[in-house]
Design a protein around this ligand. Structure first.
Ligand code: GDP
Length: 437
């Protein structure tokens, strides 16, 4: 199968951007299929750091084309700023190289304002969203009032509809959310006209493009954003994102059949992090949590918020493996754990004396579970220059073998540093090797 699906297997920030960039040089297409600029991917190549929010992580590979599929919500102002920055860095972002699906929805000013006002109104019950308007834009898609990229081709028809929409959203902002802000229609209109100028040269039919590419046998890499446990339906509701982050989201987000999905690669850190609110059974509130945060530079790419850190959670991971049909895992940030005398892995949850088979549905239950751990010996050596399985310290090899056994899932890729080079693929991972060679 010429396609590879890369999915975050935890609560996001697993290092997907780095792994996608690593896997992309031979890919004809790298495709974002869900989310918006609430995603933040960091890629380090040759000492240069690139941060991406909306543009697929294949952009650094000159022979790879990028598609923002229909399932993504696009903030045109972010698109403008991000593409300008990447062009300044010398990258080709011509319409041939960067295609935007005509059915993708737009994030507009009122979405951002509603997002912020709603979080404010929730007070102590807030979700901890990135405040980028992503949730409200998906809501508008579901309630059939969203604005799609294709509508930028018929601005005359869009204007009266948008006028009504803005008036209605202002009532909601002020009368319901008691916001001090309202939206000026002419401002929104100016932004929409600018968006038309910017996006229309890139417009395409993603479903057709991908179907043709896949039938021709071209290599396509689908790049997930956020993580499986943040999936709109299957994540730790209500502390979830507003899109389908799991592999099923590829088919709905791109408009292609599931038979086109090849190897599903789950990306996981060797520990857990969570940004924003929500239950986190293996969270470390002590000095060790702090040490992991500092060593792993666990601060949000989008918001700069410190990420909460904890031990690897095999219960959540088994769920992610099932939700996505993960074929193998890429384990990142192993270097961050170097120097710890022992490493813990949560193997089960106990609630009111009972061992649970899966992550509970109610957040108040997940809040109360007791994590049960397996403790394994740590390793002390620096992993900076490790580039093969054979060079790994014995304790680390034993840790990886145990993890794979607990999860009943092979580990195909190892990442021991932020740089593109600090990565290697297991010789047994034939589907992944075939994709990159
Ligand atoms: P993404 O959203 O899943 O792409 O993840 P982020 O980019 O938000 O966060 C991952 C961070 O970890 C980035 O700053 C990466 O450069 C960095 N990173 C990725 N893999 C490794 C690794 O193996 N070791 C270390 N130390 N950093 C890594």
């Amino acid at each position: 199968m010429p396609s590879l699906v890369v999915i975050g297997a935890q609560w996001g920030d697993e290092g997907k951007g780095k792994i996608v960039d690593y896997l992309a040089p031979k890919a004809e297409w790298v495709v974002r299929f869900q989310g918006g600029n609430n995603a933040g991917h960091t890629i380090v190549a040759g000492g240069v750091t690139t941060k991406l929010n909306l543009i697929p992580s294949g952009v650094l590979r000159p022979d790879t084309r990028c598609l923002i599929a229909a399932g993504v919500v696009i903030d045109p102002e972010v698109f403008a700023a991000e593409t300008a920055k990447l062009r300044e860095a010398g990258l080709d972002l011509s319409p041939r190289r960067l295609v935007v699906d005509r059915d993708a929805h737009l994030v507009l000013e009122y979405h951002r304002l509603i997002d912020a006002a709603r979080e404010e109104a929730r007070g102590a019950n807030r979700i901890g969203t990135t405040g980028r308007g992503i949730g409200p834009a998906y809501e508008d898609r579901a309630n059939r009032s969203g604005v799609r990229v294709a509508e930028l081709e018929a601005l005359g028809q869009l204007r009266p509809r948008l006028e009504e929409l803005v008036a209605e959203r202002n009532v909601y902002l002020q009368a319901v959310l008691r916001s001090e802000f309202s939206v000026d229609f002419e401002n929104v209109w100016r932004a929409v006209c600018k968006a038309a100028e910017l996006l229309l040269p890139h417009i395409g039919n993603g479903s057709l493009i991908l179907d043709r590419a896949l039938r021709r046998g071209e290599r396509v890499l689908f790049e997930g954003a956020q993580g499986s446990l943040l999936d709109q339906v299957h994540g730790t509701f209500p502390y979830v994102t507003s899109s389908h982050t799991i592999s099923g989201g590829v088919a709905t987000g791109c408009g292609i059949g599931p038979k086109h999905m090849g190897h599903v690669l789950g990306i996981a850190k060797a520990y857990s992090t969570r940004v924003g609110l929500g239950p986190f059974p293996t969270e470390l509130h002590d000095q060790l949590g702090h040490r992991i945060r500092e060593a792993g530079v666990e601060y949000g790419t989008v918001t700069g918020r410190p990420r909460r850190c904890g031990w690897f959670d095999a219960v959540g991971m088994r769920r992610a493996i099932r939700l996505n049909g993960i074929d193998s895992l890429a384990l990142t940030k192993l270097d961050v754990l170097s120097g710890l005398s022992s490493i813990k892995v949560c193997t089960s949850y106990r609630l009111d004396g009972n061992v649970l088979e899966d992550v509970p549905s109610l957040s108040q239950d997940l809040e109360r579970v007791e994590a049960e751990y397996l403790e394994l010996p740590g390793w002390s050596s620096d992993l900076k220059d490790v580039r093969s399985w054979g060079q790994l310290p014995v304790e680390l090899k034993a840790y990886l073998e145990k993890l794979s056994e607990i999860l009943e899932c092979p580990i195909s890729i190892i990442s021991v540093g932020a740089d593109r080079q600090a990565t290697f693929v297991a010789e047994s991972a034939s589907e992944i090797l075939a994709f990159i060679r």
